[in-house]
Write a protein that binds this ligand. Sequence first.
Ligand SMILES: [Zn+2]
Length: 194
Amino acid sequence: MPTLRRGFKTWCENAARGYRRDLGIPPIGPLDPRQLAAHLGIEIWTPNDIPGLSADDIFHLTHTAKDSWSAATIRHGDESLIITNSGHAQTRQNNSIAHEIGHIVLTHEPAKMFVTPDGLMMMSEYNATHEDEANWFAGAVLVPRDGLIDALRKGVTDLVVARQYGVSEALIKMRRNLTGVDRQLSRRRGTWAP
Ligand SMILES: [Zn+2]
């Protein structure tokens, strides 16, 4: 992962705390990204909600070709709409939705987009830096660093933490790695060693 801009990670942890405060969620409590989207005025759809899509199209998007996409954002003026792949596990959808929210709140401009005749902008690709930022944002919002530290101190398994936060075990492992909490805790344990 390329270096994120200075202060970005801290900004994300602060945003995660701020959103929890706004939503009345304890600082290290689980946050449902759908609830966050509603709070931010972002609508969430699945392919079933897209007007004019045939049953075949929906089946294609959520079954046959479900591995080819996670989520997309459609912008119309100041309003944003996220389409999530309902063919994916809820844990993956949570990450995809939080990722798309990241692109929206960080006002990322897509590298590629598609504009429909009625002025809807379909965001498809972002540059690598923006992808990394959205990934980091999603991880921090879903699994705050302090929550991770708390769980590790209690000796809870990754699977249990993943269930608690509604995310995949892979995301927990990635957060443990990238946030440096493992190193931080093992250093501390080191000081307690005889
Ligand atoms: Zn993205």
